[in-house]
Every structure is written in C-alpha cells, then in structure tokens.
Design a protein around this ligand. Structure first.
Ligand SMILES: Cc1cc2nc3c(=O)[nH]c(=O)nc-3n(C[C@H](O)[C@H](O)[C@H](O)COP(=O)(O)OP(=O)(O)OC[C@H]3O[C@@H](n4cnc5c(N)ncnc54)[C@H](O)[C@@H]3O)c2cc1C
Length: 313
C-alpha cells in the first residue's frame, strides 16, 4: 500500500525523478531516458546475454493530447531506431498512453500508426517484430482485444497480453488460439471483484497453469499460435517449459519467456544460456517513478534498495 501511495505521489515523483537517489533506482529498472539509451541497452542485452528486448516508453493513463502525441512519437522513433540497429522491432504499448481515455478512436488510429511503423522498420530484418499491446484494468479489456483483432486483420504485426487473474481469460485465450495469435500471459497487476476475478495468489497461479495448458496444446500449435510466458515465478516457468517439451514445442524458437528489466536478472540470463528464448520488457523515458515503485513493492527485499538509495542521496 505504501508503495502504491509513493508511486502515485506527484511531489515525491517530481523530487525522485530529478535527484541523485532517483538515478540509482532508475538505473536498475529503466534503460535510460531516451531512444538512443534504450536501443543501446537492447543492443547490449542481445550481445552480452542473447536476451531480446521489448521497448516501452514510460507514461500511463495519459489524459492530455500533448502527452499522447509525445508517447506516440517516442514509440515510432524507437521502432525506427530498433530497425536501424537490426534488432527485433518489438514495442510495448498501453492503450491508455496513446489516448484511449481521451478518445478511443484516436487511440485506435495511433495504434495503427505504431504498428505500421513497426512493419516498415522491420522490413528485410530477421527476428520477431511486434506491437505488443499491454493489458490494463478490466475496463479496457474488450477495447484492447478489439484493437488487437483489427490490427491483426489488417495484416500488421501485433500481439496482446492476457491476465490470469480474470475469469474471462480462458475464453479470450481460446479465441486468440483459434486465430493463431501471439499472446503474452501475465498474472495481472490489477484487482477486481470475485464475480469476475480470481482474488487469491493460489487461484491466480492455478488459473495460470490451466492457461499454460491451453497455450501449449496441440490445437494451439496447429493453429500457429505463439505463447509468451511473462513471469518471474519459478514454478510457472518450469511448468511452461515442461508443457512445451511434452507437447513438442521447439525450445528457443516456438515460444518465449518475458521478464522485466532489473527483476531477477540472473534467472533471465540463466534461461537464455540454457537455450530458451528470453525477452526483457525494457522501459525508458523520464517518467519512471511509478514503474520503479511498483517493482519495489512486488518484493519486500527491494525496500532495502529504496532505503539505501534515499539515504545515500
Ligand atoms: C514482461 C511482463 C509484462 C507485463 N505486462 C503486464 C500487463 O500488460 N498487464 C498487467 O496487468 N500486468 C503485466 N505484468 C505484471 C504481471 O501481471 C505481474 O504483476 C508481475 O509480473 C508479478 O507477477 P509474477 O508472475 O512475476 O510473480 P510473483 O509471484 O509476483 O513473483 C514471483 C517471484 O519473483 C520475485 N519477484 C517478483 N517481482 C520482483 C521484483 N520486482 N524484484 C525482485 N523479485 C521479484 C518474487 O519475490 C517471487 O519470488 C507484466 C509482467 C511482465 C514480466
């Protein structure tokens, strides 16, 4: 709760984002403040550890047109820069950061613009190129899935995130499997009532396993479906690896694991060296405070990192 309050505090955010203490925190979870630094980080990850990146320009739940324009320009600029660097043109986007809260039609237009930029930046480059739609609170689930399906129907490279905490996800997953889509499975960073959501860690984990079963089924493989398992949870990662093996999915090619930059980095490196395809969600930009606070809140041990950074400022 304290971390959520800290994440939302405009005063603390303004101080942290301009202080030395803040810089120490930011360097762990954020790839840099601009496109050049972000692409440099992605290049180093691939060169040093065979780890791929999905670039995310920070800024969420945006409610002014100026910020929307800034976000869209940054997503397009990073797509072009990734193409020039001959890396995967893989860009993560929250619908609310490209205008969904202001006007869903504008968000749709912006999403198409970004997907088109990704398609043209990746022309002639090998790799996995994608506009990855993040999934926000359940109020935008339908709109995000429709956006995904429309972009996909237009022949543009797109994927979408589904959340194991929502009860509807089993049906959504089945529909996306039938389409042969690319889906990133996460537990979900939001909460909702028991009528629509699983509310205990145990239930969410159980549903994650059931969804992984669907994602690595023979039907999914036959449909050309691409599973992405995004978690730092050892049990779920092992479960997915086992299902992949048993069902004949090729390690390092047919599916991938995704983690967050700065979280359990040793595990990401170990999995990549073990032949798995690993990607890191790699945020960049100046608006990093809410993202870093959420990461710290996910693991009590990280409170020490926060305290040390603040004390040494
Ligand atoms: C690539 C990626 C994309 C995501 N996209 C979305 C999205 O679009 N929508 C959405 O709702 N959610 C998204 N999430 C967040 C996700 O829903 C979970 O909230 C988050 O990943 C934590 O769950 P977990 O599965 O990693 O397991 P947890 O049970 O939280 O963690 C498993 C293990 O990892 C350790 N760990 C977890 N976090 C940290 C940390 N910060 N530092 C150190 N150790 C840690 C824990 O201590 C535990 O041992 C995304 C997550 C990832 C990895």
């Amino acid at each position: 709760m304290t971390m959520i309050k800290l994440a939302r505090s405009q005063r603390v955010k303004a101080w942290a984002q301009s202080s030395r203490a803040g810089t120490a925190l930011a360097t762990r979870y954020v790839a840099g403040s601009n496109v050049v630094e972000a692409v440099d980080c992605a290049t180093q990850l691939l060169r040093n550890s065979q780890i791929r990146a999905s670039l995310f320009y920070l800024g969420e739940y945006v409610d002014t047109s100026d910020l929307v324009a800034e976000n869209v320009a940054a997503k397009i600029a990073v797509a072009k820069a990734l193409g020039k660097a001959d890396l995967d043109v893989h860009v993560s986007v929250d619908p609310t950061q490209i205008g969904h809260q202001i006007d869903p039609a504008m968000a749709r237009q912006n999403a198409f613009r970004i997907a088109e930029a990704i398609a043209s930046a990746s022309l002639g480059h090998e790799g996995s190129h994608m506009l990855m739609l993040d999934m926000e609170d359940q109020g935008v689930t339908d709109a995000t899935l429709t956006l995904h399906n429309d972009i996909r129907a237009a022949g543009l490279p797109v994927a979408v995130t589904l959340q194991a905490y929502l009860k509807r996800t089993t049906n959504d997953m089945k529909e996306l499997i039938a389409l042969g889509a690319t889906v990133r499975l996460v537990k979900g960073a939001f909460a909702a009532g028991r009528d629509v959501a699983y509310t205990t860690r145990c239930e969410v984990k159980e549903n994650s396993r059931n969804l992984i079963d669907l994602m690595f089924s023979k039907e999914a493989k036959a449909a050309g479906f691409k599973p992405i398992i995004a978690t730092h949870d050892d049990e779920l990662r092992q479960y997915a690896s086992q299902r992949a093996k048993v069902q004949g999915w090729l390690k390092g090619a047919d599916y991938e694991f995704e983690m967050l930059l700065g979280v359990r980095s040793e595990l990401a490196a170990w999995q990549a060296s073990n032949g798995e395809r690993v990607r890191l969600y790699t945020p960049f930009g100046n608006d990093w405070w809410p993202h870093a606070m959420r990461r710290i809140g996910e693991n009590p041990a990280n409170g020490l990192l926060l305290a040390r950074s603040l004390v040494s400022s």
